[in-house]
Design a binder for this molecule. Structure first.
Ligand code: NAD
Length: 492
């Protein structure tokens, strides 16, 4: 741990000493000069000043992206592929730095963040390889006509990202946008801005032309709003809260932009009596307590069948009570501090709400500030005796907090799974294949995993239904979002 802390301090020194600016038209700038302080959730200590973009700063970034759009769109796909692979190389070179800075900025344990840069690089490489063919569409033949489609990049697009796993999620959006031939203005979350600047540095080092990649720091209500309202921006890809998705839908209405919204969730993990007990238990623990539970696809509602309920909950309690909470750079740590004091207040408020609603706190339900100092540490928590209409079963808590609800029949499981405004992900554990298929069809979610924890396959579609979002990422779904399709019909 001490060695990791010393290394991280080395990486963080430049952020503490210099105000972190915006990257606009290939230059670092402090813009209008407004700033805000960035702190670490570890102990609320100072991580440096960050420039807060004004509307003028955002306009400058959008204009740079607009000026660079035609040149980047005309750059051959093979050339874009080469540059994006070089960007992957840059990310891999700086993998340790990215992981440590990310852990210190957002509190997520290093053991998970170690994968961030590697996965980020893989995202760029995957979409880079498809850049040369991305324009090609379909040929549709009729007796007297032939239709064919071609695709072209939309132009400048906005990418707005959240504070949870901010690095990886940014690459996931920006990689297909650039591979499609779009230029980008990225606005990272104000609560964890550091690794987005490393990403922009790597893009610059990889040789992306000026104006193709722009990054503005700042707040949603000013910088984010201005970005979504700018007429040059053709599409907005947001990863964030459902409430933010609604605001952006309203903000973009006047300029009629294309939207891709990846929003919140209250995802069920449904464990039937005939499930593989140990694997279901491992996956249940992993999918809510890894990444501090600050994960959109976390399995935050456990629906447990009555036949194994007692045995499963007893084993679960033991596992949850033994989760190691600690310094995010400690290799042993599984759960680190929550991202921000505001979020800590939100998560801890549910400990009281659970009691008021009549649920039982089986494990945790406590702040760890008395024991661990001023960081945003909470105990991994398990609520039992819960009903699906309780707030702890309906609201996205976004912390290491699991709500367990009992069910008897398959029909009841489907009903409980679907009685939520969200529909991002679901997890089904059963050894009955027919039941797995029925559940997969019946559960309202964009993504379902059967007898598996969350496993991301880049060519597969990723996204939610209901209040969890609009649109899909991954494979050709991403190209379809960042490109316009034109149909040409030729008479024979
Ligand atoms: P948030 O919605 O508060 O912020 C996300 C981004 O939107 C930030 O950059 C913020 O500055 C910006 N923003 C806020 N208001 C804006 C506005 N009016 N106009 C433009 N931009 C605005 O979300 P958060 O708290 O940073 O992240 C957590 C949320 O993200 C959770 O709800 C989580 O489920 C969700 N999330 C979803 C996915 C997914 O793939 N579905 C993935 C990760 C996180």
């Amino acid at each position: 741990l001490q060695e990791n802390i010393a290394k991280a301090e080395g990486y963080l020194a430049r952020f503490k000493e210099n105000t972190l600016g915006h990257f606009i038209n290939g230059e670092w700038t402090l813009g209008s000069g407004e700033t805000f302080d960035n702190t670490t959730p570890l102990d609320q200590s100072y991580l440096g000043k960050v420039a807060a973009a004004s509307v003028e700063d955002v306009n400058a970034a959008c204009e740079a992206a607009a000026a660079a759009a035609a040149g980047w769109a005309a750059t051959p796909g093979a050339e874009r592929r080469k540059i994006l692979h070089r960007l992957g190389d840059e990310l891999e070179k700086r993998a340790e730095e990215i992981a440590m800075v990310e852990s210190m900025d957002c509190g997520q344990a290093l053991r998970f963040m170690r994968q961030a840069a590697v996965r980020g690089a893989a995202n760029f490489r995957f979409f880079a390889d498809q850049a040369p063919e991305a324009r090609n569409g379909l040929s549709l033949h009729q007796a007297e006509h032939t239709n064919f489609t071609v695709r072209s990049p939309l132009g400048p697009v906005a990418v707005i990202t959240p504070w949870n796993t901010p690095f990886m999620l940014s690459t996931w959006k920006i990689a297909p946008a650039l591979a499609s031939g779009c230029t980008v203005v990225h606005k990272p979350a104000e609560l964890s801005p550091l690794t987005a600047s490393i990403l922009a540095e790597c893009a610059d080092a990889a040789g992306l032309p000026k104006g193709v990649w722009n990054m503005v720091n700042g707040f949603g209500a000013v910088a984010g709003k201005a970005l979504t309202e700018h007429p040059a921006i053709k599409a907005v890809a947001l990863v964030g809260d459902s409430a933010t998705g609604k605001m952006i839908q309203a903000q973009t209405a006047q300029t009629l932009k294309r939207l891709h919204l990846e929003l919140g969730g209250k995802n069920p993990v449904i464990v039937f009596d005939d499930a593989d007990f140990e694997r279901a238990l491992d996956a249940t623990v992993f999918m809510i307590y890894s990444l501090n539970g600050q994960r959109c696809t976390s399995s935050s509602r456990l629906l447990i069948q009555s036949g194994i309920k007692d045995k499963f909950l007893a084993a679960l309690k033991e596992r949850v009570a033994n989760i190691k909470v600690g310094h995010p750079l400690d290799p042993e740590t599984e759960v680190g501090p929550l991202v921000h004091t505001g979020h800590y207040d939100k998560v801890t408020s549910y400990f009281e709400i659970a009691k008021q609603d009549g649920a039982t706190i089986a494990v945790g339900g406590k702040s760890l500030r008395d024991e661990m100092g001023p960081g945003n540490y909470v105990t991994p928590t398990l609520f039992v005796d819960a009903k699906n209409d309780m707030r702890i079963a309906q609201e996205e808590i976004f912390g290491p907090v699991l709500t367990a609800i009992e069910f008897d029949t398959e029909e009841e499981a489907i009903k409980l799974a679907n009685e939520t405004v969200y529909g991002l992900a679901g997890y089904i554990w059963t050894s009955n294949t027919g039941r797995a298929m029925r559940m997969a069809h019946a559960v309202e979610a964009g993504m379902l995993w059967v007898n598996s924890e969350n496993n991301r396959n880049l060519p597969s579609p990723f996204g939610g239904v209901k209040m969890s979002g609009i649109g899909r990422d991954g494979g050709d779904w991403s190209f379809d979002f960042y490109m316009e399709t034109k149909n040409v019909c030729i008479a024979h």
